[in-house]
Design a protein around this ligand. Structure first.
Ligand code: HEM
Length: 408
């Protein structure tokens, strides 16, 4: 048994890893791999302390479905990977950080909302959003920033449609979402934008009560808030979670996917000729890019064994999705981007187990529609950005580019 105090933290490989300079899509260098004891080894954390890094596909599955590991980043000893804001009083619906009953209470209320039939209802609206964004980009003329004009607005508009934000409030919603996601915004600005959105959502809940529609906020207001099952502030913070969890991840997937396809014009061409290739291509992009780069941190609440390694209560663990998505025992030639890959759907880009992404049907629909329309509308699309220019952002939660200048 190893004692926490006995661990020589300074000698451990530093996490999050920075991949090789010449290929931002590869999540780890050979040098880091050599130093990492596997299958489950210790790494030094960015804000102090160490954690077990779990990298094999099977081990990550075992970890993420184990009920003895907590997602509550405010628990002492939690292996923090990103600077976390002080705990907010209004964090009442952020079930992504909750465990057990508290978590499943919220999750169950949302399951039906993300069922395929509800997503089908939104799909024409996604189509409309995508077409509008591309129209505007075309009108503005080349060169354009694909992130600002396309990849960022599409997910926030989609959340508007899901929640049932009325057209009159779309610009307000979009503007404040943009501030929240913009890396250049200061903490005070972000806080003000979060407050403004929470205010809008609170007013909307009241409006939906009077005048319900076919949308998530209306249903949850009538079926849960008015029945006393859910508090209004919980519903507002649930809605904020959906915005934040679904915005940057999906936006970076759209941007990076465009970049990958620009590196491989033959796949862009194939997609234009046969849109039925899109679902398979999207799965492979999800695997290959694994935008939740830093992986999923957990805190052991009881002694457990993962991948043959004994983990003791109080120790931190990180599931490195980007490596399990390149596990050779599941994905052959894993560093190759292969849209025809048959096992692509086994990726864990959406996590796995208890907290597996609830928004995945929506994310898949957005990616599919966005890439097919992009290929169709801009057959001459090119990017001046070379792979070496793609910044490595080891401290960012999600992997992505800040700007993606394109011409056509
Ligand atoms: C959870 C990835 C899009 C809402 C997660 C988790 C991952 C993930 C890895 C697991 C977190 C954990 O176990 O700690 C992604 C990726 C997306 C995406 C890669 C885009 C390509 C979305 C969208 C929404 C969404 C569009 C909603 C509109 C959520 C929520 C959770 C979650 C609410 C928490 C689920 C729970 O704790 O039970 N996502 N996500 N995500 N995602 Fe997504």
């Amino acid at each position: 048994d190893v004692d926490v105090a006995e661990t020589d933290i300074a000698g451990l490989p530093a996490y999050p890893f920075i991949g090789p300079d010449d290929n931002p899509f590869v999540p780890v260098t050979g040098a880091d791999l050599e130093r990492l004891e596997r299958p489950v080894g210790k790494v030094k954390l960015p804000f102090g302390g160490w954690a077990w890094l779990v990298t094999r596909h099977e081990d990550v599955r075992q970890l993420l479905r184990h009920p003895g590991f907590s997602s509550d980043q405010y628990k002492p000893g939690f292996p923090v990977l990103n600077p976390i804001p002080p705990k907010q009083d209004d964090a009442s619906g952020l079930f992504i950080f909750m465990d057990g009953e508290a978590h499943s209470r919220f999750r169950k209320m949302l399951t039906a909302e993300f069922m395929i039939k509800n997503i089908r209802r939104i799909e024409p609206l996604i189509e409309e959003t995508v077409v509008e964004a591309l129209d505007r980009m075309e009108k503005l003329g080349a060169p354009a920033d694909l992130m600002a004009e396309f990849a960022l607005p599409v997910p926030s508009m989609t959340i508007c449609h899901l929640l049932g934000v009325p057209y009159a409030d779309h610009d307000f919603f979009q503007d404040h979402s943009r501030v929240i996601m913009d890396r250049k915004s200061g903490p005070a600005e972000v806080e003000a934008a979060l407050g403004a959105l929470a205010g809008l959502l609170g007013d909307l809940v009241e409006a939906k009560r009077e005048n319900p529609g076919e949308d998530l906020l209306s249903r949850l207001t009538l079926e849960r808030v008015d029945t006393g099952e859910l508090r209004k502030d919980e519903l507002v913070s649930l809605a904020m979670l959906l915005l934040v969890a679904g915005h940057e991840t999906t936006a970076n997937m759209i941007g990076l996917s465009a970049l990958v396809l620009l590196q491989h014009p033959e796949h862009l061409e194939a997609l234009r000729e046969d849109p039925s290739l899109a679902p398979g291509m999207v799965e492979e992009l999800l695997r290959y890019l694994t935008v939740v780069r830093t992986g999923l941190p957990r805190l052991a609440m009881e002694d457990a064994e993962i991948g043959g390694q004994r983990i003791r209560a109080g120790e931190g663990v990180v599931a490195m999705l980007a490596m399990s998505n390149r596990d050779q025992s599941v994905f052959s030639d894993p560093d190759l981007f292969d849209p025809q890959r048959r096992e692509a759907h086994r990726h864990m880009a959406f996590g796995f187990g208890l907290h597996q992404c609830i928004g995945q049907p929506l994310a898949r629909a957005e990616l599919r529609v966005a890439l097919v329309e992009l290929a169709r509308r801009f057959p001459e699309l090119r990017s001046e950005l070379s792979l070496a220019d793609v910044p490595q952002r080891p401290m960012a939660v999600t992997f992505g580019v800040a700007e993606l200048p394109v011409t056509w």
